[in-house]
Design a protein around this ligand. Structure first.
Ligand code: SF4
Ligand code: SF4
Length: 277
């Protein structure tokens, strides 16, 4: 899923499909003439893990983060909501966190899309679900290069493999945590458009994926825990750990949307939340 879109439509996607060991030449640093150009006029899609970490590092709730820093869109092919960073209303439509000289003000907890760049990633995660138990590769991610005309990083001499770039940029942990979210979107994209999720289901998707503090309230301060079958250790685990709660949420959505997954859903919840024609 590509999650960085240039509004000026100057990006060229190099058609070569790359694997973990494919090499490419690139370096980004403060000395490049184009420094911070890529942080303006661009839509940065936020993943659930991005929002979880950004709101924590900023010391605000996910609700506040969403209200201040994001725009909500509908991902048409999946008919599911996605969230992007809200651009400033300046001439260049800058990212709210970029400064001319110093660059990114939130660099240690910048979003996944900013870490991946200039790579894009595609995933066939639902296909890998279908192939479970068969003798196929368990990791079917593939990569490609996104070249924007203003980006001079490709003229630098430093070489990387895709795996080295991912390690350097800290995307492995992010992809691991977000895998359930990617899988939900890919699954929804692969079923016919005539099969719809209810509005209530889409709101649940939004709550789980992007508003972790509200989802926590929903789990622990409503009748939620009485309506599902969980073991006590699982409840303690998600009580203490936002990441576990998020991953649990993905599994729960998979169960109510697609009747598939580890969370046991009682009949009335399955019917109310699932897909229908
Ligand atoms: S979050 Fe940081 S790296 Fe990403 S677009 Fe904004 S300023 Fe640039
Ligand atoms: S080299 Fe590319 S990624 Fe780095 S600042 Fe310039 S445009 Fe952005």
């Amino acid at each position: 899923m590509e999650n960085r879109e240039n509004s000026a439509a100057t990006a060229e996607i190099i058609p070569e499909q790359m694997g973990y060991n494919t090499r490419f030449q690139f370096q980004c640093h403060k000395g490049v003439k184009c420094f911070t150009k890529c942080c303006r006029g661009i839509d940065i899609m936020l993943t659930p893990y991005d929002i979880l970490t950004m709101r924590r590092e900023m010391g605000i709730t996910s609700e506040e983060f969403l209200a201040i820093y994001t725009d909500i869109h509908l991902l048409e092919k999946a008919d599911l909501p996605i969230v992007t960073l809200k651009k400033l209303d300046d001439e260049q439509k800058s990212c709210p966190f970029v400064k001319d000289v110093d660059g990114c003000q939130i660099y240690p907890f910048r979003p996944s899309a900013c870490r991946y760049y200039p790579l894009g990633m595609g995933s066939l995660s639902y296909a890998s679900e279908l192939n479970k138990g068969k003798e196929t590769s368990s990791d079917d991610a593939f990569f490609f290069t996104v070249k924007e005309s203003h980006c001079l990083g490709f003229e630098e001499k430093k070489e990387w493999t895709v795996a080295q770039w991912r390690e350097d940029q800290g995307v492995n942990i992010r992809d691991e945590v977000n895998a359930g979210w990617t899988d939900l979107i890919v699954r929804k994209k692969t079923i016919p458009m005539s099969i719809k999720l209810s509005e209530q289901s889409k709101q649940m998707f939004f709550l789980v994926c992007y508003n972790i503090d509200k989802f926590r309230q929903f789990v622990f301060e409503s009748s939620f825990l009485k309506r599902f079958t969980f073991d006590k250790d699982k409840i303690e685990e998600i009580r203490k750990d936002d990441i576990k709660l998020l991953q649990f949420g993905f599994e729960w959505l998979k169960s109510i949307f697609f009747q598939d997954g580890e969370v046991k859903v009682k009949q009335q919840d399955s019917v109310a939340g699932g897909v229908s024609e």
